[in-house]
Design a protein around this ligand. Structure first.
Ligand SMILES: Cc1cc2nc3c(=O)[nH]c(=O)nc-3n(C[C@H](O)[C@H](O)[C@H](O)COP(=O)(O)O)c2cc1C
Length: 162
């Protein structure tokens, strides 16, 4: 598959932090595999690795929250991408509140929405959570650059793959 890197290495998606809450548990991780997947209705899909704690909590969550970060919010990306909730409580390190349906909203992000999970679709080692937006907001006033994969490549994924 080495040749496929010619394609994959050109990708530089905006990163997001996806949070999940269910059964008294909260989780969240940094996600690069995400995109709008429908126009009418507007829907968005986030792909969660089956090994992550966030995936396990999201498995029984009715709603997920998706946040876009400003480029300078690298430290926030490091909390959610470089640590696993299996070992640390990420939410003690950030400011957050609760939103629609008990979703966990991170304060001070550029833009966010809460989506109802309408489908879980297998993709390989990640599962796609198709989301129907029910609440949204964000500071977004700066309109500055978002944190992208090229900004986050230095973060070593917090959850071991095996
Ligand atoms: C640049 C980068 C991109 C990532 N993209 C994804 C992704 O698309 N989906 C995913 O489930 N995990 C992704 N991760 C991995 C998780 O964010 C990371 O393993 C996290 O520590 C998992 O935390 P958790 O076990 O608390 O859920 C990415 C990590 C990095 C550093």
């Amino acid at each position: 598959m080495a040749d496929m890197d010619v394609f994959l290495d050109r990708l530089d998606p905006d990163m997001c932090v996806v949070t999940a809450a269910a059964d008294g548990e909260e989780a969240g991780c940094l996600v690069g595999f995400a995109s709008q997947c429908s126009m009418e209705p507007v829907r968005f899909v986030v792909w969660l690795s089956e090994v992550n704690r966030t995936f396990r909590v999201a498995g029984s969550a009715e709603y997920l929250a998706v946040h876009l970060l400003a480029r300078e919010q690298h430290a926030l990306a490091e909390v959610f991408g470089g640590q696993t909730g299996d070992d640390v409580d990420k939410f003690r390190q950030v400011r957050r509140r609760h939103g629609y349906g008990g979703a966990v909203l991170l304060e001070d992000t550029e833009a966010w929405f809460v989506g109802r999970v309408v489908e879980r679709t297998p993709g390989g080692d990640h599962v796609g959570f198709v989301l129907d937006p029910v609440e949204w907001g964000g500071s977004g006033t700066s309109g500055g650059p978002l944190l992208r994969l090229s900004d986050a490549r230095t973060i070593e994924a917090g959850h071991p793959v095996d």
